[in-house]
Design a protein. Structure first.
Lengths: 541, 371
């Protein structure tokens, strides 16, 4: 990431734009998301808002951008107290937010999307005028997007730029970006940061919500750290060390090598009847995929001929920007999508076009990338979720084929114990759990299947540091027990740290399959962006 | 958290969670009170004495053995048609086809008149006829939904009309009583549900309804199939991930619903004196399907909750006559009360249903994990 010092401290840098005093937010269910947080935003500065999941970052910015009213506290500007009843009022005051999930209308062009909500509801939509304005704005800011192409045809990075443009077109002075880099390639991140620097130079203030330490250090002037709804740090970026920030954020020293988790052996029994260490030992191929092709949900080719093997006791990582076919690849291998062609076997048994249930019986566990819509049934209780997919186990079947809730209850209490799932009890609804605990529930459920192959898609996305660490350690333990693990993650650090071999996926193909040590970050960045240095990437792996 | 030693009480807790969770019950009660209150205002505005009227309603619905028996008799078919809606709602669908399925079930039972069967067997055959007819009638919308993606709301409405006119035709032309052209042939004496309390309409049909509700409850909350139905109803994607075939759960829930509605039809023909037949205008079986939806809503789509709400609506229906006689308030006022209750309840319930439909829990509920 290019390093660049903050701009020369001009006088306007010191100008206050917005001050939040003692902001507290308690949700109707009693969750205290924020506890008396003070925050100052000056003109022409980039503030990093750092914190784990559930730290209150999103709540704080939602309050600043008028989406939520604070329970206590007030927001002031140098001109006096301000109160936003809606995002529109905040926008009129000069605060705009770019959310993690874009609020764009897919079939509309960028121009139409910007015009949307811009005009009075009953006035004529003057697209030409909007377009003209956007062109001058693009010229000014150096932010370029195709204006006449439907949004859904644009890359995620471009969509994000449309979102930023949309907010800028409202003449905002404070731009709030919620995890803007999570969907971008390294090159796109650089572009975004260049843009943010240009905006800063023009006197705009920017709040960057993130949990990525490197990013926050490379671009911001000041870093505000939240933990459990409290402001625990407010430091100049140049004075802060990575370790210091990490400590502030997590609230505990995270030392490499020390395992926060110790998994008891009986937790994950090795199946005796199916010992993995055969005569070939560690090199036994468990999952074999050959020339797999699949279409995506909109009919486009998403996976275009992918072949690889995953061995017992190996973590095979798939890196790449999301949306390059990883989702479809995983869905094909787990029975959620029918491929166009290709072959995939587990120890010689075909798994393609089979039912998820049958694939599970062949020894595949699947940690899906979408916790809320695939991995869990949110209104169901912890107990009910803990048996999803294994609800027809003999163990849970009582007389008259009734479900034995006692056995389920026992199973879930064991899971909660082993995987440190914190909840009020086995009958708490899954939606009441924090993201980390939800994921632990999914991982625990899947590992309870005693799988031979573990397909883990984005297993730590959006999780707090401690939970993410815990889940990575579980995966490593599984590798130690001889499981074959397919790890798909957009988190490059994660893939590189965990995998024995890494494939970089771009537009449905593997650009390269290498051992992590053979790859430099720059090279990965290029590969992820579809750039190959030579006509073909060759690795020893 | 560490209560492995305690005997697990999943069943009870599951029940408590869905039945005694404060807010849904409170919601239903608030709606009932609101409905009665608005009814009172309308009565007062129309020049009736609401206190007198409600006293009569209460008396006619609940104050004597006769009143209670009549209420229970009215409640039985409502409970069953309510279950039709509730089962499908749990499976993630909006089945409003109970109405037509009731007609089919009722008409299937009067054909018993063409057979000679001993008592006992006759009732069983009658129940089987009714359930089969209702299930078959619901099969087509179910299959259309599953294989052609036809919205079940549209198809069941259509099927209600088809069955309405089909029933009118069958009553007037095919199953008509040669002696009385205003009604169908009668269910033979051997096939009728015995009356429980002499002089009232309450027959063993009420037990049939109750039993069916209990069976549905056990099926939904205590079997793997029921688990699958509810899982697919809440989140089809997660269900698929869990190896659940939502096509199957949809068809099963539709068939169960059809059986329930068919049984409601049987309750009206085999279990309701004195006619034991279907009238030419379908008067006594009309609207049972729709009123059942109100029962399901107030009972929060839970079989046990619906037993209570069916008794409530049955009481309203039974008390209406007394109200008319004593306070002079037309029986239609009960429909007004019922309407207000349904509207009050429908607002949150509809929001809920749309959430399920769109499968967008996280987005609509706000992401607590990230808050």
């Amino acid at each position: 990431m290019a390093q660049e010092g903050p701009p020369s401290p001009e006088t306007r840098q010191e100008q206050l734009f917005l001050v939040a005093h003692g902001i507290s937010k308690t949700y109707s269910d009693g969750t205290e998301a924020l506890k008396t947080v003070d925050l100052e935003i000056r003109r022409g500065e980039i503030v990093g808002l750092l914190g784990e999941n559930g730290a209150g970052k999103t709540t704080l910015t939602k309050i600043l951008s008028g989406l939520l009213p604070p329970t206590e506290g007030r927001v002031e500007s140098p001109q006096g107290s301000v109160q936003f009843g809606s995002p529109r009022e905040a926008m009129e005051f000069g605060i705009g937010m770019v959310h993690q999930h874009f609020a764009l209308v897919g079939p509309f062009t960028a121009t139409e999307n910007v015009a949307l909500g811009h005009e009075h509801p009953f006035s004529r939509v003057r697209l030409a005028k909007t377009r003209e304005r956007l062109e001058s704005l693009m010229e000014e800011s150096g932010l370029h997007v195709p204006l006449d192409v439907p949004i859904e045809k644009l890359a995620v990075g471009e969509q994000q730029r449309v979102e930023i443009l949309k907010v800028l077109s409202r003449d905002v002075d404070l731009l709030i970006l919620d995890e803007p880099t999570s969907v971008l390639t390294p090159l796109e991140v650089d572009d975004l940061f260049d843009l943010l620097r240009r905006l800063r130079a023009r006197g705009k203030s920017i709040i960057l919500i993130t949990h990525k330490l490197k990013e926050v250090q490379s671009i911001t002037d000041r870093i505000v750290v939240l933990r459990h709804g409290k402001l625990v740090g407010n430091v100049k970026t140049s004075d802060a060390t990575t370790e210091q920030l990490a400590r502030l954020m997590v609230g505990q020293a995270l030392e490499a090598g020390t395992s926060a988790v110790e998994l008891r052996d009986e937790a994950l029994p090795v199946r005796r009847d199916r010992e993995r260490a055969g005569p070939e030992g560690e090199t036994a191929i468990v999952l074999h995929v050959e020339n797999l092709m699949a279409r995506g949900s909109t009919g486009e080719m998403a996976v275009e001929g992918v072949s690889f093997d995953v061995h017992a006791g190996e973590i095979f990582g798939v890196a790449g920007v999301e949306g390059n076919g990883q989702t479809e690849l995983v869905e094909c291998l787990t029975g959620l999508r029918a491929p166009r062609q290709g072959r995939a076997t587990i120890r010689g048994t075909d798994i393609l076009r089979k039912d998820p249930k049958d694939i599970y019986r062949l020894g595949v566990a699947h940690i899906p990338e979408d916790r809320w819509e695939v991995g869990l049934i949110l209104p169901f209780t912890l107990a009910e979720n803990a048996i999803l997919g294994i609800h027809r186990w003999e163990r849970f079947r009582g007389p008259l084929r009734m479900l034995r809730w006692q056995a389920v209850q026992k199973h879930v209490t064991e899971l909660m114990d082993r995987f440190e799932i914190r909840a009020t009890g086995p009958n708490a609804p899954a939606k009441s759990l924090s993201g980390g605990n939800q994921q632990k529930l999914i991982v625990g459920r899947e590992l309870a299947k005693d799988p031979e192959v573990i397909v883990a898609a984005q297993p730590t996305r959006g999780l707090d540091v401690a939970s993410a660490k815990y889940i990575r350690e579980l995966l490593e333990q599984m590798r130690g027990k001889g499981r074959a693990i397919l790890l798909v993650s957009a988190d490059l650090d994660e893939v590189l740290a965990l995998s024995d071999r890494v494939a970089i996926m771009y537009e449905g193909r593997f650009m390269a399959v290498c051992a992590p040590s053979e790859l430099t970050r720059e090279r990965i960045g290029m590969l992820m962006g579809g750039v190959t240095s030579t006509s073909e990437e060759v690795c020893s792996a | 958290m560490h209560d492995h030693e305690l005997p697990a009480r999943g069943a009870e807790r599951t029940l408590r969670r869905s039945l005694f969770g404060l807010s849904p019950i409170a919601e239903s009660l608030v709606a009932a009170v609101l409905g009665l209150g608005l009814g009172a205002i309308i009565m007062a505005l129309s020049g009736f004495n609401p206190i007198l009227a409600y006293a009569a309603l209460l008396k006619g619905g609940f104050a004597s053995t006769y009143a209670l028996a009549t209420s229970a008799a009215c409640a039985a078919p409502l409970l069953l048609t309510g279950l039709t809606f509730a089962i499908c709602a749990r499976a993630g669908m909006f089945n409003i086809g109970a109405e037509g399925q009731v007609y089919m079930g009722a008409l299937a039972t009067v054909t018993l008149s063409y057979f000679v069967l001993p008592p006992g067997l006759a009732q069983i055959v009658g129940i089987l006829f009714a359930m089969t007819a209702g299930a078959l009638w619901s099969l087509v919308p179910a299959l259309l939904r599953v294989f052609r993606g036809v919205n079940e709301v549209i198809s069941t409405i259509m099927f209600n009309w088809v069955s309405h006119f089909l029933a009118l035709y069958l009553v007037a032309r095919v199953l008509v009583d040669p002696a009385r052209s205003s009604q169908t042939v009668r269910v033979p004496v051997a096939a009728r549900f015995p009356i429980l309390i002499r002089g009232t309409d309450l027959s063993y049909a009420a037990f049939a309804a109750l039993a069916f509700a209990v069976v549905v409850y056990i099926l939904l909350w205590h079997t793997a199939l029921g688990y699958e139905i509810r899982a697919a109803g809440f989140n089809p994607r997660a269900a698929k991930y869990g190896g659940i075939k939502s096509r199957r759960t949809m068809v099963v829930s539709f068939l169960l619903g059809g059986m329930s509605a068919g049984l409601a039809g049987a309750a009206m023909t085999m279990g309701t004196p004195p006619s034991y037949a279907v009238f030419a205008g379908l008067s006594q079986i009309a609207n049972l399907g729709f009123n059942g939806m109100a029962v399901a809503m107030v009972g929060r789509n839970h079989p046990l909750g619906m037993i209570a709400s069916a008794l409530f609506f049955g009481g309203l229906a039974a008390g209406a006559r007394e109200m008319q006689m004593t306070a002079g308030v037309p029986t239609e006022m009960v429909s007004v009360v019922q309407g207000v209750i349904v509207v009050t309840l429908a607002v949150p319930e509809l929001v809920h249903i749309f959430r399920i439909f769109r499968g967008r829990w996280p987005r609509l509920l706000g992401k607590r994990g990230e808050a």
